[in-house]
Design a protein around this ligand. Structure first.
Ligand code: GDL
Length: 465
């Protein structure tokens, strides 16, 4: 064993041996930088989580040109990263995603994989993942003849790699992301998928399989859905949780709690890794509340309470240069506005309900809703202004575009409320247009035009009037 390997094997053991928990940097878009990852390691540690899985889709050498070794500058950065991770007592897993163009049967491809793994081992890396998500699920003729199916081909390559990794470090974790990685993708279903069944049969038992739940972004992960999967895969999966991932939609950002997973789910998975927002600084609450969930302590805290706890712990990061400090109430507004994929925070939901009511009735029938809407709109504008005074500019810029847009909409609503109060008749003949929001400029652009040409109903249907 050379020195690097000795060092790797003697890394301090992870805190929750047996259960992998933490964050996967596994999204599309700009990878996080060393300072952000350093901050992440602190958050993970504080939250009682133990793992960081390195899998940024847009690290070229992780995926697009996976065969290429890292150059000296990149090696230096990765070395510092693995050392930083180890110094926080966390498990570092390096992922390689060769699926876009690998020819499974070719010996030189296996050599390329081994060399990449050897390079990472030289940096002290012990644990590895091999990812086959978001790739064409087909084989060329040579692979077809040799393996007969995608599952058998992927399992063969993975087992061979797992063997060589485990020979270097017997306790190494090996993770595998299948090409069918959510219930919806399983063809024709989880129980009937030949692909998943063959994986279960062929993957070496020490290989853990990643899974995103019933959907790629799963609002809930029912325990029964995992029991069925376990039977097919012959092992408990590790949840690759995309609840807070936002790379699929520029307009989304998620500051809400880890939720939609019953406490019993912890016993049905071999681990949970959260693939969160691309905007690193926005991930405090997701990581903090995942920690609460994984620790299960105390059992009686609801996700909303865990969210409240996380906001209080996060508040000191919002140091402001304004005469008045950034308040806990302002932070809760921010979180409630940018909450979860299919759930708004309490105040944001009330705002929507009030607006819906006010839009459909005359000012005389608004009741409390009109005044509440006006006050909340002003709070949203004030929230934007307050955020611009934060001393941590990276924190501000994680939210900037989102809060700017909400502030603009709140101003539009305020202008409309004024106009409507000046036109209190039940069915005004005129319609409102704000001079501040020029048509064709505000909400303009090619993407916005396309969206208007493809208006979807609640089921996502369009195209037939
Ligand atoms: C995916 C991708 C992931 C992406 C996420 C959310 C997996 C296994 N792969 O399908 O890279 O960030 O969706 O868009 O989840």
């Amino acid at each position: 064993m050379d020195r690097a390997q000795t060092k790797a094997v003697s890394q301090s053991p992870p805190p929750n041996a047996g259960f992998i928990s933490g964050v996967v940097e596994g999204f599309y878009g700009r990878p996080w930088n060393p300072e952000q990852r350093h901050q992440l390691f602190q958050w993970l540690r504080t939250a009682g989580l133990d793992t960081y899985l390195y899998a940024p889709k847009d690290d070229l050498k992780h995926r697009v040109v996976w065969r290429e070794l890292y150059d000296n500058a990149e090696v230096a950065e990765l070395r510092a990263l693995t050392a930083d991770c180890a110094s926080h007592g966390l498990r570092f897993i390096y992922a390689l995603a060769p699926g876009l163009d690998i020819r499974y049967a070719r010996p030189e491809e296996m050599v390329a994989l081994e060399m990449k793994v050897a390079q990472m081992c030289g940096l002290g890396v012990v644990h590895f993942a091999i990812l086959f998500d978001d790739i064409p699920a087909r084989l060329d003729l040579e692979d077809e003849r040799r393996y007969g199916s995608v599952a058998v081909a992927q399992a063969a390559v993975t087992n061979q790699l797992a063997g060589s990794v485990r020979r270097r470090a017997p306790g190494a974790e090996i993770l595998f992301c299948p090409t069918e990685y959510s219930g919806r993708m399983a063809r024709p279903s989880v129980g009937e998928s030949a692909y998943l069944r063959e994986l279960g049969e062929n993957l070496a038992p020490e290989v853990a399989v990643l899974w995103t739940g019933p959907e790629i972004v799963s609002e809930t992960v029912p325990v029964e859905s995992l029991r069925e999967l376990q039977a097919v895969l012959r092992r408990k999966p590790v949840l690759w949780d995309n609840l807070h991932a936002n790379d699929y939609d520029l307009r989304r950002l998620y500051l809400g709690p880890y939720t939609g997973r019953a406490p019993e789910l912890r016993n049905e998975v071999a681990g949970i890794l959260l693939n969160p927002n691309c905007q690193f600084e926005a991930n405090f609450v997701p990581v903090h509340t995942l920690g609460s969930y994984v620790r299960g302590a105390p059992e009686s805290r609801t996700p909303r309470q865990a969210y409240q706890d996380a906001l209080s712990a996060w508040l000191p990061a919002f140091h402001s240069r304004a005469p008045e400090p950034f308040t806990r109430a302002e932070l809760e507004w921010l979180g409630d506005l940018l909450y979860l994929p299919t759930e708004f925070g309490e105040q944001a939901q009330l705002y929507l309900d009030d607006l819906s009511r006010v839009l459909l009735s005359a000012p005389g029938d608004w009741g409390q809703a009109g005044a509440r809407l006006e006050q909340a709109s002003r709070q949203i504008v004030a929230l934007y202004e307050k955020l611009t005074t934060l001393t941590n500019r990276n924190l501000l810029h994680a939210f900037y575009a989102h809060v700017w847009e909400l502030k603009e909409l709140a101003l539009l609503i305020l202008a409309w409320l004024r106009w409507r109060q000046e036109h209190p008749d039940p069915n005004p003949t005129q319609r409102f247009a704000s001079p501040e929001f020029r048509p064709g400029i505000f909400r303009g652009g090619f993407g916005a035009r396309l969206e208007r040409l493809l208006p979807m109903d609640d089921q996502g249907r369009f195209g037939n009037p």
